[in-house]
Design a protein around this ligand. Structure first.
Ligand SMILES: [Ca+2]
Ligand SMILES: [Ca+2]
Ligand SMILES: [Ca+2]
Length: 129
């Protein structure tokens, strides 16, 4: 059932995508949006964002020490945001720091403050407004 709903959301995104129906032409933001939208209602609530963020944290934490250091963060490690999010400046992100970042990101992206993110809000957030 969930799979079906996710498929429906993907189809909806493809239908409004400016370029063709091929899945490969979905942008990274759209792919992330559909993956994170577990209930397939085409909006991301904070719970969905945190579930997705925590899964991503665990994936990134290659050596399973509960922290993401700059090597594990890859290209994000070079980003100014990484140092910003590293609240205690130890050069690594803990789950706490990561979740705090996700909550701040969510609030920042939720421009109309209705507690859920539309694809437009997510796009604008990632594309730097
Ligand atoms: Ca949703
Ligand atoms: Ca830290
Ligand atoms: Ca919103």
């Amino acid at each position: 059932m969930k799979k079906l709903l996710i498929g429906t959301a993907a189809a909806a995104i493809l239908a409004i995508a400016p370029f063709g129906p091929a899945k490969a032409e979905m942008t990274d933001v759209e792919v992330i949006f559909v993956k994170a939208d577990k209930d397939g209602d085409f909006a991301l609530d904070l719970g969905e964002v945190l579930v997705f963020g925590i899964a991503h944290f665990k994936e990134s934490d290659a050596n399973k020490d509960g922290k993401i250091d700059k090597d594990e963060a890859g290209e994000h490690g070079e980003h100014a945001e990484f140092s910003d999010n590293d609240a205690n400046k130890d050069g690594a992100l803990t789950m706490e720091e990561h979740v705090a970042e996700k909550i701040a990101d969510f609030k920042d992206a939720d421009k109309d403050g209705d507690g859920s993110l539309t694809i437009d809000e997510v796009r604008k957030h990632y594309e730097g407004n």
